[in-house]
Design a protein around this ligand. Sequence first.
Ligand code: BGC
Length: 492
Amino acid sequence: MTWTHTFNSSPDADLKGALRKDFHWGYATAAAQVEGAWNKDGKGESIWDKLCHTPGKVKDGSTNEDAARSYDLYKEDVALMKSYGVNAYRFSLAWSRIIPLGGADDPINERGVQYYNELIDELLANNITPFVTLFHWDTPQALEDRYGGMLNQEKYTPDFLRYARVCFERFGGRVKHWITYNEPGVYTLAGYAAGVHAPGRSSFRDRNEEGDSSTEPFIVAHTELVSHAKAVKIYREEFKPTQKGVIGITLHGNYSEPWDVNDPKDVAAAERARQFEIAWFADPIYGSGDYPQCMRDQLGDRLPTFTEEESTLVKGSSDFYGMNTYTTFFVKHLNEPADINDHKGNVEKLDTNSEGKSRGPESDTYWLRTAPEGFGKLLRWVWNRYHVPIYMTENGTTAKGETAPTEDVLNDTFRIDFYNGYVRELAQAVQDGVDIRSYFGWTFTDNWEWAAGYTDRFGVTYVDFDTPEKKRYPKRSAYFLRDYFKHLIAED
Ligand code: BGC
């Protein structure tokens, strides 16, 4: 079944042609969540392969061994995407598929390279522009075992740089949009502060055998920032002159609203929360070249310092602001001193504000609610603070009750309302002068949602995970977005 949508009434009618004619839109995915083939054709183990084979770490006890099988089904997937009208696709490369052991002196797995070559060629043959992420959380396990992965900046960095170089060499003739890291903040907070994502370290001994939530997240973040900047330097000096692409980083960040808008302490707390979440990475790259002062004030020496050389390197190291965002929270100040393991700016994040207003309708994911207004504010906050072109690299939702591909489930009005609200905010921000150049929905097909396993379905395509074929069923939102972007993108 396919659906068509028209946009004849205000405010959507007024937005016709609001987006630049070279606007890129499509869907984003991550290797570990969709590829499957976790140990096929020479692929090495990643930290997520290890974590999901450890009992008790994934909600439904599942693994990503097969995931959505996009490794095998990439041709069908590209054809389906094409039928959804996209002109771009953002996907990540699995480092341990390309270099199974990950290290600077470890061998390249040519079959892994070949898979990505074929995928890129298939996309280009269908006029779909590839946006490629080097790292979407799947560190090769061998590097974790050898020296503790990103906790060891000195040893890790050359390994990452060699991997990046291999990717630029092998794919850069055809790939013109590069993203070094996906959400360095979520990688470090979920992996080293909460300890619920790989590599599963934290101060909480009921959860993790090792780790220190008060220091490690900040060390790992520093490694990510510096190694990102060094990879960008390599690209700009050695590849960009001939390959002529752009390179940047993608940061996570939800919007923070004050719990009580009339309480200056909550207003300050909301701003502090934005800085702890977003400016932690964005200020060093797009702003001052250093961490925000409020983080230094709260964390003291636990926050690493940039050497002068690092700061110069990191500042300006992204051609664009890659933005992943999903929701908004109400933020309330706390009166007690910050907990040693706090990484939010000593605030409480709530679902309702002082007037009892909810932050939005509930999805099927506990932290995610539909809150398009906050998205509009976030776009302006980022634009006003950093003034770099924004590439929206992820945005989307789950919906309650998606347990079988019935007609009702496939007619996913909850997801359509989400996308309508958010994309409308995006187009209005563009009309207000914010420079936004892409939008990637999260995500193309239902996938393996990390520690939530197969329980959280973010796709515009339903996947029947119970069958070996992983059969795909388009949801209506896929056609909604197809028609909406057709309406919004300016014609020649
Ligand atoms: C990540 C995705 C994830 C999505 C939904 C983002 O933080 O980049 O990998 O599936 O959020 O949770």
